[in-house]
Design a binder for this molecule. Structure first.
Ligand SMILES: [Zn+2]
Length: 541
């Protein structure tokens, strides 16, 4: 046996023991997603922000470095045209990674993977990389609601060469090579969900690969059509005998006809071709997550990977190709976006559902990776926000004058609510409201005033008990840790004190990323591969 094999065998035998010994050290994980603006525009600002994080016992911060418009927040040498114009001088990521270690806080940099902007350098240089719908249209321009049009241009995750291997993976490689980040965080690692989930992707690449990836014809004899021979009684029970599915007139069909064939066509006895279509979409996402780890780990074997994922992997697999239970072995931490915006009903209803969901997520994640439940600091305040948002809606639609009674009721309730936390602010709002009644100020001016109250509310306006109860509910249901969306919301709503209280229940020095359990799962092999890479002598350039 080669030395290397003996070493591997030793690792296989020793690893489960090492893991079980380590599991006692496991502590609650606490994280926060943060926007570039949270860090400020100087090293001093960044330092101040880390002090806030440290005070709230945050162990992992996830700063956005690529947004949904395709702008990036590090001083990229490979993609200088994508750097956000406001960050050409100040290298935000350099400052973050310089300061974070002083506070013992891990940095997982957050990339919005597949959306780009209409004016983004990637889309401008390579419009052919974008996803197409059956009519050949882009995701931007999809009508979301009667008065809302979708903006981002999503890029096709499947196409090679394309956006994935020419743009996104090289970006990840560059970050890991140039900055001492602890991890890479995927967001939007999926197909578009709110904009037409069944309509993407029908680009030329995806249409042709539907047949070749499923091998629904023989490439050596592309024109041969083989009909299913029925030996067994039930039509579908003959599935294991070869047959072709690709229609003979495929080349003559329009994009729309091709899409309809895939979404509604039959392989044998009932319309099921869409099953193969949804499976391939999931495969494209799974492959990207795996490649991202491979690219990053080739540079720094110790690098961690994490992802923001939807509540339910079964549903998101079907609708947005994010069956994250499939790619969890290529992550170190799954961070579920279990925000109240995904639930109907009252706040109490949400807490009940949250506990059920956490228990399900714990099962779904299993031993595949670590898990933080993602909680929000905005939608939990639906009750507090609604009367204000309704008043603004009436003002903006001109309905404040038409439904005067309803508008007056809302405004009076808002002034009374505000007065419980700040009487000067309540008096100011009441004065503006009175001026509006006398026709002295416009509807827009009153709407702006309401906006100012919500942008800088007095402490207590958004009750911290709600964020504390949300965290406690997740904890009681068995979540090994929490990550909050987002730092900006916590700052604006003056909720850091609440987070400090909720996270002070134990002194938790660091969040242990839990490796695979005592089974030889893919994750264990990853750990082995990682050890081997670390033991390899460093290549000199
Ligand atoms: Zn495509």
């Amino acid at each position: 046996m080669e030395m290397r094999k003996i070493f591997l065998l030793f690792l296989i035998l020793a690893l489960p023991l090492a893991i079980s010994a380590q599991s006692g050290a496991r502590t609650e994980g606490r994280g926060v997603w943060a926007a570039p603006g949270d860090f400020g525009k100087s090293e001093k600002d960044v330092e101040e922000f880390f002090k806030v994080l440290k005070k709230a016992n945050i162990q992992i911060v996830v700063p956005m470095v690529k947004d949904t418009a395709g702008r990036i927040y590090w001083q990229s040498k490979k993609f200088p045209e994508a750097v956000h114009p406001d960050y050409k001088e100040f290298d935000l990521l350099w400052a973050i990674t310089k300061i974070a270690p002083k506070y013992g806080i891990k940095v997982h940099v957050w990339l919005c993977d597949f959306p780009e902007g209409k004016d983004s350098p990637a889309f401008k240089a390579h419009p052919e990389w974008a996803m197409l719908n059956p009519q050949g249209g882009l995701t931007s321009g999809e009508q979301l609601t009667p008065d809302q049009v979708y903006e981002p241009v999503w890029m096709c995750p499947n196409r090679r060469p394309g956006y994935t291997d020419q743009w996104l993976l090289p970006m990840i490689e560059e970050i890991v090579r140039e900055y001492p980040v602890d991890g890479i965080h995927h967001d939007y690692v999926r197909y578009p969900g709110d904009a037409a989930p069944d309509s993407y992707c029908f680009c030329n690449y995806c249409l042709e690969h539907f047949w070749s990836d499923n091998l629904f014809f023989y490439p050596s004899r592309p024109d041969v059509q083989i009909a299913l021979k029925k030996n067994r009684l039930r039509e579908e029970s003959n599935w294991d005998l070869d047959f072709t599915v690709k229609p003979p007139n495929w080349a003559q069909m329009s994009r729309e006809e091709k899409a309809t064939f895939i979404l509604e066509g039959k392989s044998i006895n009932r319309p099921d071709l869409d099953y193969f279509y949804y499976e391939l979409r999931c495969d494209a996402i799974n492959q990207f997550v795996r490649e991202a780890w491979e690219v990053a780990a080739a540079v720094r074997p110790e690098i961690e990977m994490s992802a923001a994922v939807f509540v339910n992997p079964m549903k998101s697999g079907r609708f947005i190709a994010q069956r994250w239970t499939d790619f969890a072995p290529w992550l170190d931490i799954a961070m579920t976006m279990t925000y109240r915006s995904h639930f109907q009903g009252s706040f109490e209803d949400y807490l009940t559902y949250l506990a059920d969901v956490v228990r399900a997520q714990v099962r779904w994640v299993g031993q595949k990776c670590s898990y933080l439940v993602g909680l929000d600091a905005h939608y939990i305040f639906r009750e507090e926000l609604e009367p204000w948002e309704q008043a603004v809606r009436l003002l903006k639609s001109g309905g404040a004058l038409e439904s005067k009674e309803e508008f007056d009721r809302l405004m009076k309730a808002d002034v009374v609510y505000l007065s419980a936390f700040s009487s000067p602010k309540a008096k100011e709002l009441a004065a503006k409201y009175s001026s509006f009644g006398k026709g002295k100020i416009t509807q827009e001016a009153l709407a702006e005033e309401i906006g100012r109250v919500l942008a800088d509310p007095p402490p207590g306006f958004f009750p911290e008990s709600k964020i504390i109860r949300t965290i406690e509910t997740a904890r009681k249901a068995g979540a090994p840790g929490m990550i909050i969306f987002s730092a900006s919301l916590l700052s604006r709503k003056k909720l850091w004190g609440g987070v400090e209280k909720a996270f002070s229940f134990t002194s938790s020095p660091s969040f242990e990323v839990v490796p695979a359990g005592p089974n030889l799962s893919i994750k264990t092999w990853r750990a082995l591969e990682r050890s081997l890479r670390q033991s390899e002598p460093k290549k000199t350039p």
